[in-house]
Design a binder for this molecule. Structure first.
Ligand code: PLP
Length: 459
């Protein structure tokens, strides 16, 4: 068996593909991938695709990076897996030490899961449980942003904003307090990102004033609401939120599952929060920080939630007090995943990735200049290595295309025909490439995005 058609047929017979209306595959080709190398994916007939979205934002150093492969092979020869309750191992110890070093100051404890949604569940449960342990069991709710996304398990889904992912399951979900997003696409012409973001913060302040006594935590994605069509906001929101959460005695959960590990230009997006008082240091420390995706360079499932000692200490007591955090997953802290994460951190150090990304993100901006003048593009926005293009019916009025026309899907198809994997979110086309992409490849994917948008907006 070696042709695309054969693998596609076998897949359709038994694989239920994620986030997919399977009937679409009666006419939309499913693409069987045989192998991958660097930015390239290759199918069974030799057709190659540039992975311009890093395989759902996970792959930051390219597929099958030789250093990560070598490290993983060594790890396989030593220790495959051991349960983490009652046992520990070298990769999880080293990884936890290093994560506490590189994340915002104060984060000192790592608890592991095997996917991003589960890392969010840990943060939500732990925040609630903390307040219960210190005698505030009335704190049972969460504040979340509209248009946010935190994963698919029921707790994580509940704190994602109203959306097609959430609405179907609404009767099953916790009901958080939703606050309008600081998403700057909605700003008035001429208004700065900072002014708009500051003004939007009033909704958060009001929600905290009204609900702090019943609220465990605020959860948000710092700087970019990725699944929410790559909507972006100014980092001042993080500074204001940190201050307000402290004042109202509410935790702050930073979901950096997508934006962590250099996506927004800094290693973590929380670092960009400007000081509220001139002369203070920039950056905020959330009470919980959730990481996954880039953590392992897209190789193996691993996620981690970091927190600080004040939280940890509220669980640390005699067993009989019942204060322990009795949460686990079978593959918690899997040694192979931890080894891939350690290799990822090595690469950041060795290759000075953040500095070289500045050049690449500048190129992403300059190569999309033509799109900024396009009659069907209302906005091109960027934070570091994420660039998003808002495709609309009328750029002047920002009139959207009806979702039912599925024009983003046309760009996806155009991309595949021209050797580039773009997977628009609705009508928003975005570039979120692996950091090993070359300037020439950036030029190519920007061209394909432009021609794809031309093709998708012709009628
Ligand atoms: C992808 C994502 C998640 C969920 O992670 P999974 O590994 O897919 O469960 C949560 N939060 C954000 C911000 C994400 O982008």
């Amino acid at each position: 068996m070696s042709s695309n058609a054969e693998w596609t047929a076998r897949s359709k017979a038994h694989v239920w593909h994620p986030c997919t209306q399977m009937k679409d595959h009666e006419w939309l080709p499913l693409i069987p991938i045989k192998s991958a190398q660097g930015v390239w994916l290759e199918d069974f007939e030799g057709q190659r695709y540039i992975d311009a979205i890093s395989s759902w934002w996970t792959n930051i150093f390219g597929h099958r990076h030789p250093y990560i492969i070598e490290q993983l092979k060594n790890q396989l020869d030593t220790l495959d897996h051991v349960m983490l309750a009652g046992f520990t191992h070298q990769p999880v110890v080293e990884l936890s030490e290093r994560l506490c070093q590189i994340t915002p100051p104060g984060l000192s404890r790592c608890i592991y899961a095997d996917n991003g949604s589960s890392a969010v569940e840990v943060a939500l449960k732990m925040s609630f449980h903390y307040w219960k342990n210190i005698g505030k069991p009335q704190k049972t709710r969460f504040i979340a942003l509209e248009n946010g996304y935190h994963g698919e398990t029921l707790g994580a889904l509940a704190v994602g904003g109203p959306s097609m992912y959430r609405d179907t399951y609404a009767p099953l979900l916790l009901s958080p307090i939703f606050v309008p997003s600081p998403d700057c696409y909605e700003r008035a012409p001429g208004e700065s990102w900072e002014d708009y973001t500051r003004a939007q913060f009033r909704h958060m302040e009001r929600a905290l004033q009204q609900h702090a006594s019943e609220t465990c935590a605020v959860i948000l994605e710092p700087l970019v609401q990725c699944a929410g069509a790559m909507r972006m906001y100014h980092p001042i929101y993080l500074s204001l939120l940190r201050e307000a959460c402290d004042r109202h005695n509410v935790h702050l959960i930073a979901d950096e599952i997508a934006v962590g590990f250099g996506r927004t230009g800094t290693l973590f997006a929380c670092e960009q929060a400007p000081p509220l008082t001139p002369g203070d240091a920039s950056g905020i420390t959330p009470d919980f920080m959730c990481l996954s995706k880039g953590l392992v360079s897209g190789t193996l499932p691993l996620a981690v939630t970091l927190t600080h000692d004040a939280i940890y200490d509220a669980f640390y007591d005699e067993y009989k007090t019942g204060k322990a955090f009795l949460h686990s997953h079978s593959f918690t802290g899997n040694p192979l995943g931890c080894r891939a994460a350690l290799a990822t951190l090595d690469l950041f150090e060795r290759e000075n990735t953040l500095a070289s990304n500045r050049l690449l993100s500048h190129l992403m901006w300059t190569q999309t200049a033509e799109l900024r003048r396009h009659p069907h593009v209302a906005e091109v926005r960027q934070q570091g290595m994420i660039l998003a293009i808002e495709m609309v019916k009328d750029a002047q009025r920002k009139t959207p295309y009806p979702a039912s026309e599925r024009r983003g899907l046309r760009v996806y198809q155009y991309g595949l025909e021209h050797g580039v994997l773009l997977r628009p979110l609705g009508n928003v086309i975005y570039l979120m490439p692996p950091y090993v992409i070359t300037p020439k490849q950036i030029e190519h994917i920007a061209q394909v995005a432009l021609r794809g948008i031309d093709a998708a907006t012709r009628d």
